[in-house]
Design a protein around this ligand. Structure first.
Ligand code: ADP
Ligand code: MG
Length: 682
């Protein structure tokens, strides 16, 4: 019997090679493997007669191969295998692209199941690249089939077979993190049943039961973890900071802070003076001026004789902060330094030494700040910018460099307050709900794809006026595979450069580039060395290029409201009139509504509320965004009732048994999920 921490390579039937492939998905242990939940399901239970297939309909067909499969090369890199299949009702012409091996694997006279989308008319039915398997060996048809998130080199079949092997190894030993009485009180199925049916659902009902149980478990553990962290934190005490005359700082600023900024600063200062470590989330819409809140807190901390650090998720953001803050703070006697991945070894050595000696008061940087060898003499405050880009681990690694430093987390993802309280249950929340005066709202337009010529002419006109443009690249999702952003971005940029803007400089950036390459492209764009930047959503966060005056978002229907809003926030940051153009041909009702919200308002919190109303908060609660463990199945928006149930159950359990002595499996699971945080976020 395997332990859940067993490496997948030791699981029967998986082996070295598959384990390597799985590793690319971050699947290393048996626990990771069975916890790799499907992204969606295909209901392939329905089998239709060929004659009954409506054009456009997706279904299984059970049909006999009637003609020898024919292979043809239509051009380089494109091979077709064609055949005709029949059932008692009709004829189906099937084409496979680039699956030449099928020529020898499909035999005349034998019956296969074809699952795919039917096309053609009533007389002639066709299917392109259906899923196919022999009628006697049905694995991926005739049932509800899980569709997993994938990466190159791992197919659906490999994953589902591996998960099958994994489940067979551990079905009987799965520890149940839900105490029995909780499970029974809430009518939840057993853990083994849940894992089995979340991957290989027997029926839609079994899938529902399993999903409900696993979602409940996540929410339950999540609540327990947050509550315990808060309790734990409240027991820590640190020497309270003394009052500081902030007047000097405010007087040095080139502008007056907004009331909202002042309130956030006051709240943070009150925390730091309280005697318990601050753990505060400062939330403010794009452009609301969070950086100055960070600067004020750093100033306060340094005037208390301690050091402060500001960590940004990218090199360019770190540089931006340093360039903006260092001149201001140095004047006030705060010694600043910039430390990023591209800091030379020599400079880094000198900065590290000064940090350890206490000769630098305020370190601004990237994750280089948390690398080994960086020590602070007395780190009193840690600020992380755009926090959802950091995992919990990174945030806490930085905090671990001090003795219970105060922690201030900045986020530009506007989250309605009620949700923020759930999501950041362990943090205090300040909201900057006001923009600096004099901002002109970005004009937002929605256009169909046929407007491209006009759109390009518009970009050209703005560039002639000295402005720059962002274009968020279109992306096609290829079947079940993840879209290849690299290909999409480079191809689109190349087309624009060669065919549309041969006389301008078109640059591009995508998430698959190395951090350093990415930052180089971004810096060049910030310096005005390129006119048009084609990109994926990697530019969604924080980047401040005030000269960029237009943001074009292709396939706007593919983005959630919050994401559209973040993207739009990249323009309208300077004195130039700015525009956002949403390009979309796919105008279903939902898209239309979303786009209407975008053209109607620029208020991030209003947009967040609308987003929540339109489609639930999936967007806010992705693991990546909150950096908290555990929520991979539950959706706090759709599962609000379940959340309340789980919260109540967690509270009752803690009242009964605060140390969780009666449910060791629960305690153990919590330790696995929350260790990093518990030990370091105070
Ligand atoms: P974000 O909240 O998106 O991080 P920033 O801190 O980058 O916003 O601020 C956006 C811009 O607004 C910066 O150029 C900053 O200097 C400016 N700014 C910040 N606060 C004020 C203010 N109170 N009045 C005028 N401009 C401000
Ligand atoms: Mg910012």
């Amino acid at each position: 019997m395997a332990d859940l921490s067993t490496n997948v390579r030791f699981i029967k039937g998986i082996g070295e090679q598959r384990a390597k492939a799985l590793e690319k998905l971050g699947i290393e242990t048996l626990r990771d493997l069975i916890g790799w939940f499907p992204r969606k399901y295909d209901d392939r239970t329905e089998t239709k007669r060929i004659a009954d297939l409506a054009p456009g309909e997706t279904a299984c067909v059970e049909a006999m191969v009637a003609t020898e499969p024919r292979l043809s090369h239509i051009r380089k890199g494109m091979d077709l295998v064609k055949l005709r299949a029949v059932d008692e009702s009709g004829v189906l012409d099937v084409t496979f692209f680039n699956q030449t091996w099928l020529k020898n694997n499909l035999h005349v006279g034998e019956t296969y199941i074809f699952y795919g989308k039917a096309e053609g008319n009533l007389l002639r039915k066709t299917m392109a690249s259906p899923v196919v398997e022999h009628e006697s060996r049905r694995e991926v048809t005739g049932r509800i089939v899980p569709i997993y998130p994938l990466t190159a080199g791992v197919s659906q079949l490999i994953l589902s077979r591996s998960i099958r092997q994994g489940l067979d190894q551990c079905a009987d030993i799965l520890p149940d993190a839900l105490p029995d009485e909780v499970r029974q009180a809430h009518n939840l199925c057993r853990i083994g049943y849940a894992y089995e049916n979340i991957h290989f659902p027997e029926s839609p009902e079994a899938l529902d039961l399993s999903r409900r149980r696993l979602a409940f478990e996540e929410l339950f553990l999540f609540t327990l973890g947050l509550k315990r962290m808060r309790t734990h934190r409240e027991t820590v005490s640190v020497p309270p900071c003394k009052a500081v005359d902030m007047g000097e700082f405010y007087a040095a600023l080139p502008f007056t802070l907004t009331d909202a900024q002042r309130r956030c600063i006051d709240e943070a200062i009150a925390d730091m003076r309280s005697g318990t470590p601050m753990t505060r989330l400062c939330q403010g819409d794009v452009g609301s001026g969070k950086t100055m809140v960070a600067a004020a807190c750093a100033y306060f901390c340094v005037k208390n004789g301690r050091q402060a650090a500001l960590m940004a998720p990218t090199e360019i953001l770190a540089q931006q902060h340093y360039a903006g803050l260092a001149p201001l703070l140095e004047k006030l006697g705060v010694r600043c330094a910039l430390l990023t991945g591209s800091t030379t070894a020599k400079t880094k050595r000198s900065i590290t030494a000064q940090l350890a000696e206490g000769d630098i008061d305020f370190a601004i940087g990237t994750h280089a700040l948390i690398s080994g060898g960086v020590e602070f003499r007395d780190l009193g405050l840690v600020v992380t910018d755009e926090q959802h880009r950091f995992g919990v681990a990174q945030r806490s690694d930085l905090a671990a460099k001090g003795q219970h430093p105060h922690v201030l987390v900045m986020s530009a993802t506007p989250i309605p307050r009620t949700l923020a309280l759930i999501l950041y249950g362990d943090l205090d929340v300040s909201i900057i709900d006001q923009l600096p005066p004099g901002r002109e709202p970005v004009d937002t337009f929605a256009v169909p794809g046929s407007y491209h010529p006009r759109l390009y002419a518009f970009i050209r006109k703005l560039v002639a006026e000295g402005r720059q443009a962002y274009i968020v690249c279109p992306m096609v999702e290829e079947n079940d595979e993840l879209p290849d952003e690299r290909k999409a971005v480079t191809a689109y940029a190349k087309m624009l450069q060669q065919e549309v803007f041969p006389d301008l400089k078109v640059a591009y950036v995508h998430g698959k580039m190395k951090a350093r390459e990415k930052d180089a492209v971004m810096s060049a764009f910030a310096a005005g060395e390129s006119h048009i930047l084609v990109s994926t959503t990697v530019i969604e966060v924080g980047v401040d290029v005030p000269n960029a005056a237009v943001m074009v978002i292709e396939n706007a229907e593919r983005f959630g409201l919050s994401q559209l809003h973040q993207l739009r926030g990249r323009v309208g940051r300077g004195k130039h009139k700015s525009y956002c153009v949403l390009v979309s041909d796919n105008q279903n009702e939902e898209t239309r509504q979303r786009i209407k919200v975008m053209t109607k308002t620029t208020d991030g919190f209003k947009i967040a509320e609308e987003d929540l109303r339109l489609r639930g908060p999936g967007d806010f609660f992705g693991q990546r965004q909150h950096g908290l463990p555990g929520l991979r199945i539950a959706d706090i928006g759709c599962d609000t009732l379940l959340l309340r149930e789980a919260q109540e159950a967690a509270e009752q359990l803690l009242e009964r048994d605060p140390e969780l002595v009666t449910c060791p499996a629960t305690a153990q699971r919590l330790r696995e999920l929350f260790t990093l945080k518990e030990s370091t976020l105070n």
